[in-house]
Design a protein. Structure first.
Length: 469
């Protein structure tokens, strides 16, 4: 029994001295995170410039596709003694009209004609007519002014010349008599028909609205900026602007711009807010040549925690024999502030909780936390267990490591947008190119998953139509 009591006494002494030599243990209450709803943050409106270029060869291709075979027909010989059918004989060519200083387009239309001309009289109810039939072929040259009306490229066409490959003749009393003078009146009749026909075909073939709306719908479809962060960018048009179309060399140029909002959403893929019924084209005289896009750089709390944990590696806080090392960092949102949980080991073991407001340093492009302080419950525990840890000097040193660069996030956001500016083709025959620069920080907002730094990016965008179908 005596031996047992001696053993028990020694055991108790070991426990006593061991407890005196271990660090103090902090058992602070954890500030629970907030929801930080809503998770949708609408940016200020952005302006995207979309200068559109359409090559004349595409106008030519579309016109040839729509204008085929029989292009004019008059089967009534009773009204003017002429019956006529006109066919397109070969592909139409459309080019810049050099004689008009490049302000008009010239259309060359090879054609063939079947003309029936009736000669004679009707006297006392007796018809004395002689009808002759001519097969002709020639080339019609037309010149058109160009404009833009209600999304459509419009032309005002005039017949400039008509050249027959062979002068039409007919046999009269055994002789070949030129009858061009008989055909020319027919030309006067159908010239207005050909002019209006060409105008109608060009207007139909160069109706930009379906193509522009399809391209806009593709551009405005929510796209994922980051799979890891579950962040999406959604573009919603507010207004579409356009200048009049002008002809330069072999290309139509049309300045178009889109005023829109860009919303950053966190979570699953959002629905598109593109509503074709609400899109209207507003004519303007001038559009800026740059875009201004408001996008977001997303830093999840998990990502920020990992970076900040690395910042604390190998550092000690305190003085003399009273020191701690930060082993791990976790951050979250609470009442418009960021809670920073530091797992410490050393003279004091446990978790201390700091709170502060996220801020951004424009020069270093770093997020840091202003007015950093211990959470109240944490401070009260510290006052009882390790008051030295609550001193301002220790807190300032800790605060120096509570920062991290968002350059990778900024670059990721920029690259996500840039992917849509490098020969991106939302539909066959439409190509989007551009560049982005001048990143400007705007503001910080919090969600229940991330810190979102909103930035403004300037750049240029060009939309080329090449081989439009």
């Amino acid at each position: 029994m005596l031996k047992f009591l001696s053993f028990l006494f020694i055991f108790l002494l070991i426990i006593f001295f061991s407890s005196c030599s271990t660090s103090n243990k902090i058992a602070a209450l954890k500030p629970e995170p907030d929801d930080a709803n809503p998770l949708v943050y609408e940016n200020t409106p952005s302006f995207i410039n979309l200068p559109i270029s359409v090559k004349l060869k595409d106008v030519e291709s579309q016109t040839n596709a729509l204008l085929n075979g029989l292009i004019y027909e008059d089967n009534n010989i009773e009204d003017d003694n002429i019956e006529m059918k006109i066919w397109k004989l070969a592909p139409i060519t459309i080019e810049n009209d050099k004689e008009s200083n490049g302000e008009k387009i010239k259309t060359v239309l090879p054609l063939k004609a079947l003309v029936k001309y009736r000669i004679g009289t009707k006297t006392l109810g007796v018809e004395l007519y002689n009808t002759k039939e001519f097969n002709l072929n020639g080339v019609v040259t037309l010149v058109s002014d160009v404009g833009l009306t209600n999304w459509k490229l419009t032309t005002k066409t005039e017949l400039k010349s008509l050249e027959w490959n062979e002068s039409p003749t007919m046999v009269v009393f055994g002789k070949n008599v030129p009858v061009t003078y008989l055909i020319n009146p027919a030309v006067k009749i159908f010239r207005s028909k050909i002019e209006s026909k060409l105008d109608a075909v060009i207007e139909k073939s160069m109706d930009f609205k379906p193509n522009v709306l399809v391209a806009l719908e593709k551009i405005c479809a929510p796209f994922q900026m980051s799979e890891a962060y579950e962040s999406w960018l959604r573009i919603t048009p507010i207004e579409i602007y356009s200048t009049n179309a002008i002809l330069k060399n072999d290309t139509f140029l049309m300045e178009m711009g889109m005023k829109c909002t860009m919303a950053t959403l966190i979570g699953g893929k959002p629905e598109s807010k593109f509503d074709v019924a609400k899109i209207t084209l507003k004519p303007v005289t001038k559009i800026p040549n740059q875009i201004t896009a408001n996008i977001a750089a997303v830093s999840t709390f998990a990502d920020a925690s990992k970076i900040m944990t690395k910042n604390f590696a190998g550092q000690e806080f305190g003085s003399g024999s009273k020191k701690v090392q930060v082993q791990k960092v976790n951050i979250w949102h609470k009442a418009d502030k960021i809670v920073i949980a530091l797992d410490v080991l050393g003279s004091v073991n446990g978790t201390i909780y700091l709170t502060g407001f996220p801020q951004y340093n424009e020069l270093t492009k770093e997020l840091f936390f202003d007015k950093l302080d211990y959470a109240l419950d944490t401070k009260s525990k510290l006052m009882r267990t390790a008051s030295w840890l609550a001193q301002g000097m220790v807190l300032r040193k800790i605060q120096e490591s509570c920062r991290y660069s968002i350059v990778p996030n900024l670059e990721q956001g920029k690259q996500s947008m840039a992917a849509y500016l490098k020969n991106y083709s939302p539909m066959p025959g439409v190509f989007i190119n551009g560049k982005m620069d001048n990143i400007q920080f705007q503001k910080i907002q919090l969600t229940n998953k991330a810190i979102i730094a909103f930035i403004k990016v300037n750049g240029t965008v060009n939309v080329a139509v090449d081989g439009l179908k």
